[in-house]
Design a protein around this ligand. Structure first.
Ligand code: PEP
Ligand code: MN
Length: 639
């Protein structure tokens, strides 16, 4: 099995994270403790799986181990159901590795107890299920308690002839005598534990996905197509059947699992590199210590203003002019960027200029123009404040307060915006380290504002071909250190319009939570930063590349260009599909397998139906065409 190899292969590479706090459910001596210690962490027991998952969510532990599958009884529902509940209510988790723990379930009682006197055996329900037949043969009744090691404790404190089903270790720790070494119904019993951490978007982990599928027969298809282990659980109408899929990545499942009454939850494929991932504490600890707000280990912060959302997978595109030059100018540009799918409007009213004689911004008057343009186009507005006395009047009307790169360490200003009751966009200083940037964020947060967006906007290097150097590496290095959303500003990094799109796409692909881009409809006459402004058509092109939404307000020629580009992409994709299909055909032929697979065809059909909801005829026609072309490529004659 693919996964088993993965799991076993990881052992050699496992980073020994000695400081890692790894939670498990149960008492000392439980099998969970063995799994929790497998990678060298510090095991910490919890009374229930709910408490364990809460501790992970709240950052009390770095990792949680949960038993998911046992050799005798299959899926461990006691752990999977609470896990499903947490995943379904939005907890974002990633499976980082698997540990197989051999299970020897001993029957243990107080020293001197004859085996014939044992009438009842205590243990965790999952452990008891693993010994159903053996215990029944001996006429021993099963008594459920919360944990195997807990069962040993109960029996040790109870002057009876009851026994516990637990590990030898737990028996010995509690002074019990082992009567039978292994009462499992099956030899070589074992349990697989999954190691879970909070999802970390920058590390491209496969998050635990939550999907639905139409019926149980679909699971057979999933099994075949994903090579995954399926863990089906019983269900009812109110509580739908849940199927846990171990080893398939979320994207593949998405394509394969169509609909409604069965929930399929993927535990993800532990990425090959996942075992090497060290937690932030190991080596990447910020040099600036004690930043309890900015570097707290918690779920990603989502900054929200009305429909605008950034963080935890929600991505922002903030666009607009460098400076608000007039009411008309900002209204025109707002309309353009809104129609391309921008999610917020930017525009400077106080401008930090190197030359004191350069345009300094129209000040508070321009704030009204900006706000009006935002309102008219349904966009919240972001604008920079440069001085403490500007904070209050700007915060009365603007939705997000920007701290510019030059003011990143203006600590009085940071405190003032932290008290203003508005979300803050904090640019990284051109000469600041990642730690200093996080330190600045801490100032704002310590003053009371938790809604912070960090923005990488280029740092000063020896390079003069660009205005600054977009530090994608610094942005990625900041990612595991903070829960705050991190966006990129390709405009101030490039200083040249021709480089903006490339940098924007680089940052977007690297996982930035969003972008802030300068757009101007007459860059040659712009009062500031004209040379780096994208004209609306170029911004529309960028928006298309990022798959933002188009709008009927765009000129027809522009929409046509957009469609042309999509058609070109479609053609290229079809060509690639044919190439891959041919390789699959060749490979099947070489291994002596049938090239045609009707189940596979049905799956392809469902994929297209999913992608084209409401267009069944089109989906069918496309599939017919594609399959026909693929068969021709694979030189198969239909008979
Ligand atoms: C701006 O966003 O217009 C600006 C001045 O940016 P920065 O502070 O990054 O230079
Ligand atoms: Mn600017």
């Amino acid at each position: 099995m693919v996964l088993r190899e993965l799991a076993d292969g990881q052992d050699a590479e496992k980073a020994k994270d000695t400081d890692l706090k790894v939670g498990y459910q149960g008492e000392l001596g439980a099998y969970g403790e063995v799994a929790a210690a497998a990678n060298g962490g510090i095991p910490q027991g919890f009374a229930s799986f709910e408490k364990l998952l809460e501790a992970l969510r709240d950052g009390e532990i770095d990792e949680a181990v949960l038993p998911i599958e046992n050799a005798v009884v299959g899926a461990i529902t006691e752990a999977l159901e609470p896990l499903a509940d947490f995943v379904c209510t939005g907890m974002e988790l990633a499976a980082v590795s698997l540990t197989s723990v051999p299970v020897r379930l001993s029957l243990a009682a107080l020293p001197g107890t004859p085996i014939a006197a044992v009438k009842r055996a205590w243990s965790h329900p999952a452990a008891l299920r693993q010994c159903t037949h053996r215990l029944a043969q001996m006429g021993i009744e099963r008594v459920v308690c919360y944990d195997t090691a807990g069962a040993a404790q109960i029996v040790a404190h109870d002057a009876s002839t009851d026994a516990a089903v637990c590990s030898r270790r737990a028996a010995e720790r509690n002074g019990l005598e082992v009567l039978i070494d292994d009462v499992s119904d099956k030899e070589q019993n074992g349990t697989r534990f999954v190691h879970l951490r909070m999802a970390d978007h920058a590390r491209a982990q496969v998050s635990l996905a939550f999907l639905r599928t139409s019926n149980m027969s679909a699971t057979g298809r999933l099994d075949v197509l994903t090579g995954a282990t399926l863990l089906p659980l019983a269900g009812s109408t109110e509580h739908p059947v849940r199927i846990w899929v171990l080893g398939a990545d979320a994207a593949r499942l998405q394509a394969l699992a169509p609909v409604r009454d069965v929930q399929v939850i993927s535990l993800g494929q532990p990425a090959a590199h996942a075992a090497k991932v060290t937690p932030p504490k190991q080596g990447t600890e910020p040099v600036v210590k004690s930043l309890p707000h900015a570097t707290a280990r918690k779920a990603p912060t989502v900054v929200e203003v009305g429909p605008f959302r950034v963080g935890a997978g929600a991505r922002a595109v903030i666009a607009g002019p460098c400076s608000v030059e007039s009411a008309e100018q900002v209204m025109r540009i707002a309309r353009e960027v809104a129609s391309c799918g921008a999610t917020a409007l930017r525009g400077g009213i106080f401008k930090p200029r190197t030359n004191p004689y350069a345009f300094q911004g129209h000040g508070l008057e321009a704030l009204d123009w900006l706000v009006a343009a935002g309102k008219a186009n349904g966009l919240p507005v972001v604008t920079e404040v440069m001085a403490v006395d500007q904070v209050k009047p700007v915060a009365e009307k603007a939705d997000v307060l920007q701290i510019g790169a030059r003011n990143m360490q203006n600590f009085d200003l940071l405190r003032a915006v932290g008290r203003a009751g508005r979300p803050v966009l904090l640019k990284r200083g051109a000469g600041s380290t990642v730690d200093e940037w996080l330190g600045a964020a801490e100032y704002v947060m310590a003053a009371g504002e938790p809604r912070l967006i960090l923005c990488e906007r280029g740092i000063r290097t020896f390079e003069t071909a660009t205005r600054n150097t977009l530090d994608v590496g610094g942005m990625l290095a900041a990612r595991p250190l903070t829960h705050l959303p991190i966006i990129a500003d390709p405009s101030h990094a490039a200083g040249r319009a021709d480089l903006v799109e490339g940098l924007a796409r680089a940052a977007w692909s690297a996982g930035a939570d969003g972008l802030i881009v300068e757009v101007h409809d007459d860059p040659a006459r712009a009062l500031s930063d004209g040379e780096q402004a994208l004209v609306p058509a170029r911004f529309a092109e960028l928006a298309r590349n990022l798959a933002l939404h188009p709008d009927a307000r765009l000129p027809l020629a522009q929409l046509r260009a957009w469609v042309d580009a999509i058609d070109h992409d479609l053609g290229v994709l079809v060509q690639r599909r044919l190439e891959v299909a041919k390789v699959i055909g060749d490979s099947k032929r070489q291994t002596g397998r049938a090239v045609l697979d009707p189940r596979r065809e049905a799956a392809v059909r469902r994929t297209y139906l999913e992608a084209l909801p409401g267009s069944k005829v089109l989906a069918d026609k496309l599939v017919d065409l594609l399959l026909e072309a693929a068969k021709a490529q694979q030189s198969i004659d239909e008979d």
